[in-house]
Design a protein around this ligand. Sequence first.
Ligand code: CA
Length: 294
Amino acid sequence: MARNIERVGDTLSQLGEGPVWDDRTGTLLWVDIIRGHVHLLKPATAEYRRLDLGEMVGVVALRESGHLIAGIRSGIADIDILTGTITRRFTPESHLPDNRFNDGKCDPAGRFWAGTMPISGSGPHGSLYLVGKEGSLHRMVTGVTISNGLAWSLDRKKMYYIDTPTFEVACFDYDDATGSIDRRRTAFKIPRSAGAPDGMTIDAEGMLWVAHWGGWQVTRWDPNTGTIIDQIKLPVSNVTSCTFGGSDLRDLYITSAREGLTAAQLEAQPLAGALFVIRQSDWKGLPATRCSGV
Ligand code: CA
């Protein structure tokens, strides 16, 4: 079983998050939310660069154009992938200055979803938004505390969603033609002892991978039966998200954070905030969908 954890590169993010593999350029992108950085690394050549957005960035997603769409502190914006220039498009929470955008993703049809949270992490003051094909913004879920991982079933009929303090992966019926969601229910519960559910991805077998904040691990679940299938332990407690990359989509990349750790904890976890990989894992991912027409 290939499950050796390696550190990748030498970055240490304050709040590393949102890994996404660009299969056109062989680049892994991930963000440091607090510092407003977008990291771009080509593992094959170790070529690395960083965009400094000058504003917190919760998520970036690939666009058909080669540029990025992002959820930033102040709203949803287009990002020039070469210069990091921000073009703000939607500011739905300008009346909530203590909120910021957090995790998000492109859905299978190429629409962009991103959710918000209070920066304090407390209070159900966030929402999950959708940028539709017609280019307008829709508020899809309200009463969210920490909007986090998103994934869609391989048949494009279900959307999975994590609002971290619920300690569950929720499931919605999802209409791929329109983006509408309905009939929220619990796909499975995460035991509190496992750490709080954070980012999420789905693999080529339709199994969900969940990163555990405060849980030292990522876990693999069968969402159809609600059973845990596998656990990968990390040398850091705040494991934030994961995705598959590499030319055959078998490298499992995992992000982590220093945020929320005491000086003593940081001393005990010197790799907190690092990017990790399991190269040539036993599992395979799916290519990231690109946002188009949004
Ligand atoms: Ca997150």
